[in-house]
Ligand binder design. Structure first.
Ligand SMILES: NC(=O)c1ccc[n+]([C@@H]2O[C@H](COP(=O)([O-])OP(=O)(O)OC[C@H]3O[C@@H](n4cnc5c(N)ncnc54)[C@H](O)[C@@H]3O)[C@@H](O)[C@H]2O)c1
Ligand SMILES: O=P(O)(O)OC[C@H](O)CO
Length: 340
């Protein structure tokens, strides 16, 4: 059977993986060579971003300077992008997934499989769920997860790194590995969707902590302490709510490696540092510094705090709780070290 891949998302990470997927599908006979990529349409210098991508083969707004393969075709219509696909790659900021699934319900192939590259969780009045569960439940399809120490610009420049795919069904994990693995983007697959996904979501909160420490100029030892405590709280939370999450997952790229990279070079870190230095709000800094890219760490800190406070657990997760309070309750940033 010929597999057909569709990419849902074309931001910084979506465009970086488009380069990888576009090149990989042509290496195998069992993939259709054309990959449609859904673009949330917008004007860039008066021209539709889809038209720019399809003529220049570059996402000039979200990943400038990187050439995309010509078999990546930008499409502004979500349903049209996914209609005939058998493999869906979700790579949008987590706050947009619910509305995307709603639009796709009943409009995709019944044998479709999905993978989420999204780092975040979904919280509502009933509790919280994983983004992969949201995709599975709303579209009635299986979903893997991919997460790792993967800053998009470095991946796009083909600098060596690793990543982790979590699967429930091994053949899905192996199939998705084929479209992502390259000599410079090394994929390992593990049977722990929940562990891989929670690592990716929760590390974004710790990254805010790393940035606060940088803004306060507290130094490398303090940053290392934030990383260690963050890793401890990530594992504790994951295994408290999902007892099957494996210890080993935290030693994969999605675990300790992503924490290190995100606390060194990610957007969450950068904006949190600027928050300390300038005193401006996270929302304002996101607008000023990221040119349309989205922060995931602050909203995930809020989601996490809602879960913890509902379950009377704030005192057991002092780092995550303090980061939330600094972001949303005007707590002075120095409390990152005083309250943990
Ligand atoms: N950028 C990275 O280095 C990186 C690496 C690994 C994982 N991730 C994760 O991948 C996910 C996607 O991140 P990204 O960097 O590709 O996105 P991004 O931060 O570049 O987000 C901007 C994207 O969101 C789109 N958008 C804006 N408003 C929208 C709306 N209302 N509906 C739908 N889309 C809308 C924009 O068109 C653009 O494509 C996130 O969960 C992120 O944590 C990012
Ligand atoms: O830029 P950030 O902070 O969203 O982090 C990017 C990636 O998740 C790092 O692996």
């Amino acid at each position: 059977m010929t597999e057909k891949v569709a990419l849902i998302g074309s931001g910084n990470w979506g465009s970086a993986v488009a380069k990888i997927i576009g090149r990989n599908v042509v290496r195998f006979d069992h993939f259709d060579n054309q990959v449609k990529m859904w673009v949330f349409e917008e004007k860039v210098n008066g021209q539709n971003l889809t038209e720019i991508i399809n003529t220049k083969h570059e996402n000039v707004k979200y990943l400038p300077g990187i050439q995309l393969p010509e078999n990546i075709v930008a499409c502004p219509d979500l349903v049209e992008t996914c209609r005939d696909a058998s493999m869906l790659v979700f790579v949008v900021p987590h706050q947009f997934v619910a509305s995307i699934c709603k639009q796709l319900k009943g409009k995709i192939q019944p044998n479709c499989k999905a993978i989420s590259l999204i780092k975040g969780i979904d919280v509502n009045e009933h509790g919280f769920r994983l983004i992969t569960d949201m995709i599975q439940e709303s579209l009635n399809i299986r979903s893997c997860i991919l997460s790792g120490a993967n800053i998009a610009s470095e991946v796009a420049e083909e600098r060596f790194c690793e990543t982790t795919i979590g699967y429930r069904n091994r053949s899905d994990g192996e199939l998705f590995k084929e479209i992502f693995h390259t000599p410079s983007f090394r994929v390992n697959i593990v049977e722990d969707v929940v562990g891989v996904e929670l690592c990716g979501a929760l590390k974004n909160i710790v990254a805010i902590g790393g940035g606060l420490v940088d803004g306060l100029k507290l130094g490398d030892n303090t940053k290392a302490a934030i990383i260690r405590i963050g890793l401890y709280e990530m594992r504790k939370f994951s295994q408290m709510f999902y007892k099957d999450v494996r210890d080993e997952t935290f030693f994969e790229s999605c675990g300790v490696a992503d924490l290190i990279t995100t606390c060194a070079g990610g957007r969450n870190r950068k904006v949190a540092e600027a928050h300390v230095v300038t005193g401006k709000s996270f929302d304002q800094l996101e607008q000023e510094m990221l040119n349309g890219q989205k922060l995931q760490g602050t909203s995930t800190a809020k989601d996490m705090y809602n879960i913890l406070s509902k379950n009377n657990l704030c005192h057991e997760f002092p780092l995550m709780t303090t980061i939330y309070r600094i972001c949303y309750e005007n707590l002075p940033p120095i409390r990152i070290v005083e309250d943990i």
